[in-house]
Design a protein around this ligand. Structure first.
Ligand code: ADP
Length: 165
């Protein structure tokens, strides 16, 4: 039987992309034929980077992976996924708390668009990594260098300096 070509979407805010996100992406590209990393353009609380900057940073980090692309989208994620003829949604899980939220999200996306969600568990070392906490900790002077790639850390430092001046 011919294997079906599977295109997955990994949606998120990615403000900024973390080592945890990269872990999920690296697992995803092995599972699916094509993976779209989709940066939501809808506003989030205290954003640090514009959606365009986030896309740029992610593209730079994933430049060597052939079956991944990075895009941004507006509005309802499943509508965008349908338009891009995506077969499945990829999401990452860190803890049981994530499961509770992701469960309702996945049920809603299935009810609204008939799209299934596949979850991958992150490595234990990234179990506490979250973009929100990184933004908060970094803005208060905390060292977040082991949670994000070096290129992202450098841009984060520049951005925080600019914000202060
Ligand atoms: P959202 O605002 O949609 O939650 P995020 O950028 O925070 O967007 O997260 C996108 C996806 O990545 C979600 O599935 C989230 O659970 C997952 N994720 C975030 N941080 C990690 C991490 N450290 N390890 C594994 N998955 C993660």
């Amino acid at each position: 039987m011919k294997k079906k070509f599977i295109r997955a979407i990994f949606p998120g805010s990615f403000d900024p992309i973390t080592n945890g996100h990269l872990d999920v992406i690296n697992r995803g590209v092995k599972l699916f034929d094509e993976l779209i990393v989709a940066v939501g353009r809808s506003p989030i609380k205290n954003p640090l980077f514009t959606p365009q900057e986030r896309v740029e940073m992610i593209k730079e980090l994933l430049a060597d992976i052939p079956n991944v692309s990075v895009e941004s989208f507006d509005g309802l994620m499943v509508k965008y996924a349908k338009r891009r003829e995506v077969d499945v949604i990829l999401r990452g899980l860190r803890s049981l708390t994530d499961v509770q939220y992701e469960f309702t999200l996945a049920m809603t996306n299935r009810a609204v668009a008939g799209l299934e969600t596949i979850f991958v568990m992150t490595s234990a070392e990234y179990g506490f990594t979250s973009s929100t906490l990184i933004r908060e900790a970094a803005s208060l002077g905390g060292d977040v260098s082991n949670m994000i790639p070096k290129t992202v850390y450098d841009r984060l430092q520049q951005r925080l300096k600019k914000k202060k001046s």
